[in-house]
Design a binder for this molecule. Structure first.
Ligand code: URA
Length: 216
């Protein structure tokens, strides 16, 4: 199992302090795995158990992995941000009363930058055969804002990725090394856009095939 140094987790927590986020979920998986999955940020359920992708989206993701013969144990799972971004909202109870509760939300660029050193370290040290980005946040963290999942999903890309050269930087630099990346949709996409399901299944077939074809 690979785990980031405790000092780096502390740095991540310090850098994101003051943002509306809570908790810190470590990336999880073996070194030199078949795949490294880069998501968005943990949600409510991940925070409870400290395990990435165990909520509803996680169940979908595990089905996709199973479709190419892989399990959670075979892959390294991480995300652009390691704390849960939340917003306060009003929940209507069945009895008509309302309560204030926290809802998940996508991370901001400021939060992505705050946790960039954590993902940079994982990218430099986990050494997966292939990186799969799940949704636009993970994809754009690695390939910049011009990359979009709708145009690039299912393609095998071999490109430099973004990293933070200095801790104070607000813009990313490009690595000299190239990484193999296949973008696909975030597994939660099927909940709000069920019509995406066939494209996601097709992407995962391709990912399985890339691993085979390239002797990866
Ligand atoms: N979405 C993510 O990106 N990561 C999780 O752990 C859960 C949902």
């Amino acid at each position: 199992m690979f785990r980031i140094p405790e000092s780096l987790a502390t740095l991540g927590k310090e850098r994101i302090a003051g943002c509306p986020v809570e908790g810190f979920v470590y990336g999880e998986g073996p070194k030199q795995p078949e795949l490294m999955l880069v998501g968005e940020a943990p949600g409510e359920f991940e925070l409870i158990d400290g395990i990435p992708f165990i909520g509803r989206a996680g169940t979908e993701l595990m089905k996709s992995l199973a479709s190419i013969g892989l399990t959670r144990q075979d892959v390294y799972i991480t995300s652009a941000v390691r704390s849960r971004p939340y917003r306060w909202g009003t929940k209507k109870e069945r009895d008509g009363t309302t309560t204030e509760r926290k809802y998940n939300r996508p991370p901001t660029q400021k939060e992505v930058l705050a946790h960039a050193p954590v993902l940079d370290y994982e990218l430099a040290n986990v050494k997966p055969k292939l990186i799969v980005t799940l949704g636009n946040v993970g994809l754009q963290r690695l390939l910049g804002k011009s990359a979009t999942v709708t145009t690039l999903h299912g393609e095998l890309l071999e490109r430099p990725i973004q990293y933070l050269q200095e801790l104070e930087d607000r813009t990313f630099e490009w690595t000299e090394e190239k990484y193999r990346i296949v973008p696909t949709f975030h597994p939660a996409a099927v909940f709000y856009r069920p019509s995406h399901r066939p494209a996601i299944e097709e992407d995962w077939k391709k990912i399985g095939q890339f691993l085979k074809d390239y002797g990866m």
